[in-house]
Design a protein around this ligand. Structure first.
Ligand SMILES: [Zn+2]
Length: 83
């Protein structure tokens, strides 16, 4: 069993819906949690976001520090041994 609820492949598949803010809250949380932990996917999404911004369809926003901290806390509580 993995510590992540979604895989890199899943994340790439959900990226469009994420950028359109079309994901259910729980899925969005899992998505962002993966981004915090996986630089590869973070950069992938960053590129996608730039593309989206370039065509002017959406105003993508980076993960806010507060949300990032909340995600890190959520992750830590799942893995008490890391503290
Ligand atoms: Zn990933």
């Amino acid at each position: 069993m993995t510590t992540l609820d979604i895989t890199c492949v899943t994340l790439v598949g959900l990226a469009t819906r994420y950028l359109e803010q079309d994901l259910p809250e729980q899925e969005q949380l899992n998505f962002e949690l993966h981004l915090v932990l996986c630089p590869k996917c973070f950069h992938h999404l960053d590129k996608r976001r730039r593309t989206v911004r370039a065509i002017g369809a959406l105003a993508g926003e980076p993960i806010q520090p507060e949300r990032r901290n909340a995600l890190i806390e959520a992750f830590s509580s799942r893995n008490p041994s890391t503290g």
